[in-house]
Design a protein around this ligand. Structure first.
Ligand SMILES: C[S@@+](CC[C@H](N)C(=O)[O-])C[C@H]1O[C@@H](n2cnc3c(N)ncnc32)[C@H](O)[C@@H]1O
Length: 231
C-alpha cells in the first residue's frame, strides 16, 4: 500500500512539473538579456540567443531539481574549508549556496554571471541565509573573467554551451586556477549531445587541462579536470 502511495506521489510530481514546464515555455516570450549594457558588444546577437533568461530561473532553482540532482552530494568531494571557489555561470545560486555551506565558515565563493538579474537573485539568498561575507557576486561583461584571485575550484554547471567563445573562457580559467586546482564542468545531456560535449573537452585539453575523472551526475555529462602541467 505504501509503495503504491509513493508511486502515485512520484507520478503526481512528474506530471505537475511537466505541465509547469510546458506552460512556462509557452508564456515566456521575453527575450534573454545577456548583460546590462549590450550596446556596441560584438557578441550581442549570439550571446542573447543562447543565454538562459532570468525569467527561467525558477526552472533551475526548485525543490524537484535539488532533490533529483542533490547539489551537496555532487560538490562535497571537492569543496573543503579555506578554499577559493568560482561558481561560473551561477544563475540563481543553487550551487553557490551549497558551496558556501560546505566551506564551513572559512573560504570564499565568487558567484559569477553575465546577467545582473541572476546575481540579484543570488544576493537576496545570501542575505536570507547570512552568507554575505562568504560569497561575492561578480558580473562578467565578456568571456574574460576579470578576476584577480587564485582559485582552488571552478564549477561550471550547465553554462559552457551558452558561452560563444569557449577558447577565450578556458584561457581565463587557466589563468585564475591554482596549479593544483580543479574544474568541474557539467552540461545537460538533454541539451548537449555527446559529440558536442566531446568537442568541448577537446578544447579544454588543447587549452592545457587534463581529465581527472568523469563523475556520474543525473541528466548530465560531466568532466573533472586539472592543469596538464602540475605544480
Ligand atoms: C542554465 S544557467 C545555469 C545556472 C547554474 N549554474 C545552475 O546550474 O543552476 C546558465 C547561467 O550561465 C550564465 N552565463 C551564460 N553565459 C555566461 C558567460 N559568458 N559568463 C558568465 N555567465 C554566463 C547565464 O546568465 C545563466 O545564469
Amino acid at each position: 500500500m505504501l509503495q503504491l502511495i509513493i508511486i502515485y506521489i512520484i507520478i503526481f510530481v512528474v506530471v505537475v512539473y511537466s505541465v509547469y514546464r510546458v506552460i512556462k515555455t509557452i508564456t515566456d516570450k521575453k527575450q534573454a538579456s545577456a548583460c546590462d549594457d549590450c550596446s556596441g558588444c560584438a557578441l550581442k546577437a549570439e550571446c542573447q540567443s543562447q543565454v538562459c533568461p532570468v525569467e527561467k530561473a525558477g526552472l533551475l532553482d526548485n525543490p524537484l531539481r535539488r532533490w533529483l540532482q542533490q547539489p551537496r552530494k555532487i560538490l562535497a568531494p571537492y569543496i573543503h574549508s579555506g578554499m577559493n571557489v568560482l561558481d561560473f555561470g551561477c544563475g540563481p545560486g543553487v550551487f553557490t549556496l551549497e558551496i558556501a555551506r560546505l566551506l564551513n565558515g572559512s573560504g570564499q565563493v565568487i558567484a559569477a554571471d553575465v546577467q545582473k538579474g541572476m546575481l540579484d537573485q543570488v544576493s537576496a539568498k545570501l542575505k536570507k541565509y547570512h552568507f554575505e561575507s562568504v560569497v561575492k557576486t561578480h558580473l562578467c561583461k565578456t568571456t574574460q573573467l576579470n578576476l584577480n584571485l587564485s582559485i582552488d575550484f571552478i564549477l561550471a554547471f550547465y553554462v559552457i554551451h551558452e558561452v560563444p567563445d569557449q577558447n577565450s573562457l578556458f584561457e581565463s580559467f587557466k589563468s585564475v586556477l591554482k596549479k593544483e586546482g580543479l574544474i568541474l564542468i557539467v552540461e545537460p545531456n538533454f541539451h548537449v549531445s555527446q559529440l558536442a560535449f566531446d568537442a568541448m573537452v577537446e578544447k579544454l585539453q588543447k587549452a592545457g587541462f587534463k581529465i581527472v575523472d568523469t563523475p556520474h551526475i543525473r541528466f548530465s555529462r560531466a568532466v573533472l579536470l586539472k592543469h596538464k602541467i602540475e605544480a
